[in-house]
Design a protein around this ligand. Structure first.
Ligand code: CO8
Length: 258
């Protein structure tokens, strides 16, 4: 049997997915993306999982879509294939938080995959970039849209038009990643972060994620209204009573819906 392209593990309440095409620096193809999509959906449905982490190797999170698979394609081939992107919407549908633990290269589709995640934690050896311009193409899985939202137009243009790579320090300064740690600690850091999130009440975690994402997809007035209604809705949960009661009586909350 051929080796899995995505390794699936549980670390407590955290679902861990490791991209596993090390010889090709985790270049993304349909087989890998199909495994990733199926694993994400399985963790989404698993009541014992409260958050997920996607990671790669210490050398590469993912060095992009598989160039070898695409190189001879015609317009009709690439249009018809939905290459690697058919599972992009799967990731967008996941309501539990997903953290990208990025060491090494996150390029092209690999950078786009990391940007689909809710939080990026980077190793100090991480390199982010959209080098498609050097191949005579442009990003095709969200790079021209999500990168400017994360780092602003000037830096996104700089990266997309030159194809240069950005190191972890620049990525943190620009707001693309939330934390930088040494490369050998990136997975531990991401799992620790995911474990904290997974200890919270799941309805409030999912609503918080939904509300933050609204900030990117709706006018401020709509986003604020959405947030306010979600805030109100959480008062219908037992966990709101438990969280506030625990605060008042100075004890740790025991959330029921995790
Ligand atoms: N695709 C296929 N194979 C790759 C890729 C890739 N993206 N990246 C690396 N590999 C392979 C290499 O070919 C090599 O294989 P082999 O050992 O068989 O020769 C192996 O991985 C190791 O790579 P290198 O020897 O090149 O390692 P280096 O350490 O010298 O360099 C780099 C590392 C800088 C990361 C280099 O490999 C590189 O530049 N890779 C390509 C990066 C790139 O251009 N990425 C963008 C690809 S296009 C894309 O992602 C579009 C996404 C949108 C899809 C939407 C479709 C609708």
């Amino acid at each position: 049997m051929s080796e899995a392209l995505v390794l699936i593990e549980r670390r407590g309440r955290v679902g861990l997915l490791t991209l596993n095409r090390p010889k090709a620096l985790n270049a993304l193809n349909d087989a890998l993306m199909d495994e990733l999509g199926a694993a994400l959906l399985a963790f989404e449905a698993d009541p014992d999982v409260g958050a997920m982490v996607i990671t790669g190797s210490e050398k590469a999170f993912a060095a992009g879509a598989d160039i070898g698979a695409m190189k001879d394609w015609s317009y009709a081939d690439v249009y018809g294939s939905d290459f690697i992107t058919r599972n992009w919407e799967t990731l967008r549908r996941i309501r539990k938080p997903v953290i990208a633990a990025v060491a090494g290269y996150a390029l092209g589709g690999g950078c786009e995959l990391a940007m689909m995640c809710d939080i990026l934690v980077a190793g100090d050896n991480a390199r982010f970039g959209q080098p498609e311009i050097k191949l005579g193409i442009i990003p095709g899985a969200g790079g021209t849209q999500r990168l400017p939202r994360a780092v602003g137009k000037a830096k996104a243009m700089d990266l997309v038009l030159t194809g240069r790579l950005m190191d972890a320090a620049e990525a943190e300064r620009s707001g693309l990643v939330s934390r930088v740690v040494s490369a050998d600690k990136v997975l531990d850091e991401a799992i620790e972060l995911a474990t904290v999130i997974a200890s919270m009440s799941l309805p409030s975690v999912m609503m918080a994620k939904e509300a933050v994402n609204r900030a990117y997809e709706s006018p401020l007035s709509e986003g604020l209204l959405f947030e306010r209604r979600q805030f109100h809705a959480l008062f219908a949960t037992e966990d709101q009573k438990e969280g506030m009661e625990a605060f008042m009586t100075k004890r740790t909350p025991q959330f029921k819906h995790r």
